[in-house]
Design a protein around this ligand. Structure first.
Ligand code: AHR
Length: 505
């Protein structure tokens, strides 16, 4: 048994937690939309063809914003194909995922689904095969009441009320050679700046996200952010980060420490943004939209290679359907800790993706839906992390990793809801073999009444929830939690994620 000590203090506030930190992502990819959120023949389908069992799970997951419609898909998408009478909508080749897009679901239907699940739409425009005009047209269609062509078209399509989309992504991963419209930083900065300026002529209060690098591993990472921000600083509010984590060559110790990489990634982008701010003597601080993050390694792009027969462009093929283990969920939980630790600058984030495609929610056509292991740390953190994120003081043993060197076995962040007095502590034990007994010093808080703990762990760290066994893994009450005076003690099993809640008296 290892031992670790943690001190939490309401004075160590990082910043308020923006609800948009608990966003997700729905792309027209594989079975995320079709046979995912939408399956008109399913027994649970509502009058619009949306699966109500999936909607229930999305609500339970606690998702704030949802980025749409891609992803790589958006770089070849014609938004107008997806509005108006369904029978007139064209079927199109989707080059990003070598699929057929039927356009049965488009902006209006998706906005309607979002209203039902109670989430906010974050819309990405196509700066791949299209550009400024496309962004202006879809903005007019979505948000305006003017007596002009696209706004009138929305009304004619039965949507008199504008969708009032606040957050807009200026393209997707434009530094990626896989992207239609792959650009240099200079080329992208030019089109993104021009598009942002034009969109602001319609609505100066839009919140605009400029593309950062597709990942910290990209050869132009750092330089890309500097060039793009130098040329768009005044026009944008956020820069995006994307990161997917995987165990490389079976190195589970480094995989469990993936949050070290996320911490460094965020801090590097913040430092570039603040450098540009200083150079420009700007009063504005650029925020981070971590609008694609997850564990993703079982499928990668290999699934797409399997369907590159030129005559085969399937509708909603099974793509990127990773089945997540307990260990993957612990990594997801630790990435949420990293996001909360940077709540002062990361004010928007999207778990990529939401249904079937590297997703916390899975469905079977005509069959059930279920929660993957990664569902649990997300839903519990979304529910419990309220108010201020708190920096913690941690004294933890370390373990050696091939990628990051010595890494603390325990990682943690706390949150404090000043309105209710409730405190939550989110914890991971990254040891593959050892339990950790953790003591938390809560003396800086006033009277604490109820103390409880929930832990996700399993003797088999590779256990997963599947169609055959949808409830194999679930979090359970951690009965080791106890309070003696101003110390709370909890035992953390190896490879585990936990949430401890301290209720104000
Ligand atoms: O989320 C899957 C894909 O990953 C997205 O389409 C793309 O933006 C990223 O490379």
């Amino acid at each position: 048994m290892l031992h670790s000590r943690l001190t939490i203090d309401p004075a160590a506030a990082i910043g308020p937690i923006d609800r948009r930190l608990f966003g997700s992502f729905v792309e027209h990819l594989g079975r995320c939309v079709y046979d995912g959120i939408y399956e008109p023949t399913h027994a649970t389908a509502d009058e619009e063809g949306f699966r109500t069992d999936v909607m229930d799970l999305v609500r339970e997951l606690g998702v704030s914003t949802i980025r749409y419609p891609g992803g790589n898909f958006v770089s070849g998408y014609r938004w107008e194909d997806g509005v108006g009478p369904r029978e007139d909508r064209p079927r199109r080749l989707d080059l990003a995922w070598h699929s057929t897009e039927t356009n049965e679901i488009g902006l209006d239907e998706f906005a309607s689904w979002l209203e039902k699940v109670g989430s906010e739409l974050m819309y990405a425009v196509n700066l791949g095969t299209r550009g400024i005009q496309d962004a202006l047209d879809v903005l007019e269609y979505a948000n305006l009441r003017t007596d002009t062509a696209f706004a009138r078209q929305r009304v004619a399509n039965g949507r008199p009320e504008p969708h009032d989309i606040r957050m807009w992504c200026l393209g997707n991963e434009m530094d990626g050679p896989w992207q239609l419209g792959y650009s240099t930083a200079e080329e992208y900065a030019r089109i993104a700046g021009q598009t942002a300026r034009a969109m602001r002529q319609i609505d100066p209060d839009l919140e605009l996200v400029v593309c950062g690098s597709s990942g910290a591993q990209m050869p132009t990472f750092g330089e890309w952010e500097r060039v793009v921000l130098e040329r768009t600083y005044d026009e944008v509010d956020y820069i995006s980060c994307h990161a997917y984590y995987e165990p490389i060559d079976g190195d589970l110790g480094s995989f469990l420490a993936s949050a070290v990489n996320m911490d460094g990634f965020i801090e590097s982008v913040v430092s570039t943004a603040d450098h540009v701010k200083a150079l420009r003597r700007s009063d504005k601080t650029i925020k981070i939209s971590f609008d694609e993050w997850n564990v993703w390694y079982q499928s990668r792009y290999n699934d797409v290679d399997k369907i590159t027969d030129v005559d085969t462009w399937p509708v909603a093929p099974r793509l990127l359907e990773d089945s997540y283990s307990v260990m993957d969920a612990v990594v997801v939980g630790s990435l949420l800790i990293s996001l909360l630790r940077h709540a002062d600058r990361v004010t928007s984030a999207s778990l990529a993706q939401l249904v079937n495609v590297i997703a916390p929610i899975m469905t079977e056509p005509g069959g059930p839906s279920w929660r993957q292991t990664t569902f649990f740390p997300f839903s519990l953190t979304s529910r419990l992390a309220r108010g201020q994120a708190l920096r913690v003081t941690l004294d933890s043993p370390t373990y050696d990793t091939a990628v990051f060197g010595a890494v603390p076995v325990v990682d943690a962040v706390a949150t404090h809801d000043e309105a209710t007095g409730d405190v939550s502590v989110f914890l991971v034990n990254r040891s593959l073999t050892e339990e950790v007994e953790l003591s938390v010093d809560i003396s800086a808080f006033g009277a604490i009444d109820a103390v409880s703990g929930t832990t996700l762990a399993d003797p088999d760290v590779h256990a997963a929830n599947t169609l055959a066994e949808p409830e194999r893994v679930a979090p359970a009450e951690n009965t080791s939690v106890r309070r003696e005076g101003s110390t709370v003690t909890i035992t953390l099993p190896p490879v585990s994620w936990s949430a401890v809640t301290l209720g104000a008296a």
